[in-house]
Design a protein around this ligand. Structure first.
Ligand code: AMP
Ligand code: TRP
Length: 332
């Protein structure tokens, strides 16, 4: 008998250009999961508007992120790929769950605390409620596993707390999801300040490599990546810049750290950096070509997100009805 596959849910916000951090830390892993799991991958545009977005840019980026999902190898036949705002259950579910979430819990979220420092009193209520929307995303599909970076772990813990509270208050409704954090190797660091995570929002473009950076830009950025004066390719916390470049090479080529150390023994950094840049270009060039092709074929893209939304809508609205019934709303 066919055993029911476990469910995975994850999403990326269309709020900036995606980096190789997103690719190596998220997308490349998602592709590996598509056969074994029933996966929902969403472009979380409702989350993106928690900070100001230019409407035209938001539209462009939303489609671009979806094209990147596809070009990275996510098969629309195997995965449910969709745009969050196309499934109204996400907004509805977030409201319902908001009423079972405490202000204290939300105020304790590190991401909110960081952002509220930046925006002060004019921080949007959306930023406070952001993790509740994320909880709705996950719980509506009864996800078992949620692949996220370590920075999102706290939001996932809150999701579990909200789910448990709802289950206890009414009756078992939600599956309690587990985080699925890729092994340590895949956190990609800032190329200029290699003790910080590579982020699309860094001020200096030399800090990150975008999935859509042209080959000459990639080569230039890698040649400028901060290393150290030790001159040996060694996987060590004392050499965070070199360690990061090794992580990238390992993630792209599968070479182990020992193999990399051995290959570049006694050679300084020049050839090592050239090879890291080459590995990135080799990986990204075909993906970039696919992204352009997909974006040029709006009909293909439209077909995929419509089909995805239909499937997601079916599953998510069933969960909403279940929640409404338990809460005490009159069935429609
Ligand atoms: P974000 O860009 O922060 O919205 O993250 C989207 C997804 O990409 C999350 O699963 C992150 O954990 C992952 N991600 C973002 N930046 C990095 C990075 N520098 N290294 C590894 N994974 C990352
Ligand atoms: N908050 C996540 C991030 O910034 C994006 C996200 C929204 C998400 N909803 C989700 C991730 C549900 C996993 C599951 O990375």
């Amino acid at each position: 008998m066919d055993e029911k596959k476990k469910v995975i849910f994850s999403g990326i916000q269309p709020s900036g250009n995606l980096t190789i951090g997103n690719y190596l830390g998220a997308l490349k892993n998602w592709v590996k999961l598509q056969d074994e799991y029933d996966c929902y991958y969403c472009v979380v545009d409702l989350h993106a508007i928690t900070v100001r977005q230019e409407p035209k840019e938001l539209r462009r980026r939303t489609l671009e992120v979806l094209a990147i999902y596809l070009a990275a190898g996510l098969d629309p036949e195997k995965n449910t790929l969709f745009i969050q705002s196309h499934v109204p259950a996400h907004s509805e579910g977030a409201w319902l769950l908001n009423c079972f979430t405490y202000l204290g819990e939300l105020g304790r979220m590190t991401q909110y605390k960081d952002k509220s420092q930046r925006y002060g009193d004019s921080i949007s209520a959306g930023l406070l409620n952001y993790p509740v929307l994320m909880a709705a995303d996950i719980l509506l599909y009864n996800a078992d596993l949620v692949p996220v970076g370590i920075d999102q772990k706290q939001h996932l813990e809150l999701t579990r707390d909200i789910a448990e509270r709802f289950n206890k208050l009414f009756s078992p409704t939600f599956n309690i999801p587990e985080p699925y954090i890729p092994e340590t190797g895949t956190k990609i660091m800032d190329l200029q300040e290699p003790t910080k995570k590579m982020s699309k929002s860094a001020d200096n473009p030399n800090s990150y490599i975008l999935i859509l950076d042209p080959p000459d830009v990639i080569r230039k950025k890698i040649s400028r990546a901060v290393t150290d004066s030790l001159g040996t390719v060694k996987y060590s916390d004392e050499q965070p810049g070199v360690k990061n470049l090794m992580t990238i090479l390992n993630a792209l080529t599968g070479m182990t750290m020992e193999q990399i150390e051995k290959k570049y023994e006694g050679q300084g950094y020049a050839q090592f950096k050239l090879d890291v840049a080459d590995a990135i270009v080799t990986e990204l060039e075909p993906i970039q070509k696919r992204i352009k092709e997909i974006l040029d074929d709006k009909e293909y893209l439209e077909n995929i997100y419509k089909k995805g939304a239909e499937k997601a809508n079916y599953v998510a609205s069933k969960t909403i009805r279940k929640m409404q019934k338990k809460i005490g709303f009159i069935p429609r």
